[in-house]
Design a protein around this ligand. Sequence first.
Ligand SMILES: Nc1ncnc2c1ncn2[C@@H]1O[C@H](COP(=O)(O)OP(=O)(O)OP(=O)(O)O)[C@@H](O)[C@H]1O
Ligand SMILES: [Mg+2]
Length: 256
Amino acid sequence: MGKIIAIANQKGGVGKTTTAVHLAAALKLDEKKVLLVDFDTQGDASAYLGFDGNENESISTLFKAFVSGTEVNIDDFIHTSERNGGIDYIPSDLSLAEAELYLVSVMARETVLKRLLEQVKDNYDYIIIDCQASLGVLVINALTAADGVIIPAQTQEFSKKALNAVTNTISQIQKTINPNLEFLGVLPTMVDNTAMTRDTSQEYKETFGEKVFSTGISRSVTASYSSRDKKALCFKNSSKIGLQYKAFAEEVERRV
Ligand SMILES: Nc1ncnc2c1ncn2[C@@H]1O[C@H](COP(=O)(O)OP(=O)(O)OP(=O)(O)O)[C@@H](O)[C@H]1O
Ligand SMILES: [Mg+2]
């Protein structure tokens, strides 16, 4: 059965989407069957993978139909990014934001995504969920569905504070709704050659020990170019970031 991995941090712009797309790409290159679920209303991972459809083809429609008990086939919402080695993905769009409202009156609202993904879990080795920057009901859904969670974190002062909130949420979920959720680790992102990076990395190691991935991801403008080009850097042999994400993916495979 496939492993579901959520990429989460309520802090914005820390590299969640870049990590989700590159982890999916690296696993795909390792000949694993991979599904990426874009679970962010911004739809950044979808754009990265070249999605240019509308909400009728996205998780917002699938999720709403599933909640209301309408017959839907999840396979109809799975797209394939040919530019990215054939990664399968379920795209997202702004309409997913409505879920925050209608879920309020839904029974077992935290387990909707889990129940939805159970239909395809056996078809994949890994299902990666790109979460939005919040700790709201959609992220709780992702953490309830997941077997493991990875927190990308910039090595910056304010990022340390954000880590407390997300690790607290993870431990609440482990104690209540999903005891199987494994905290796979913290991935330092946008690492550069500054004292701030050195000090913060050291603090992450003191707090999280072995849980800090040994491969940090360097700060490089190539990351932004790759989202513009809609192609993960893992497919470019000469890319430093691509190689770092491949090494990170190997660590992830050893941890799950
Ligand atoms: N290693 C890196 N070096 C430099 N820039 C990066 C790196 N990784 C990501 N970026 C850039 O930083 C910005 C934020 O990255 P990304 O979208 O992956 O973060 P996010 O956590 O998913 O953001 P959000 O919270 O909005 O969903 C993007 O413009 C991205 O291209
Ligand atoms: Mg994102």
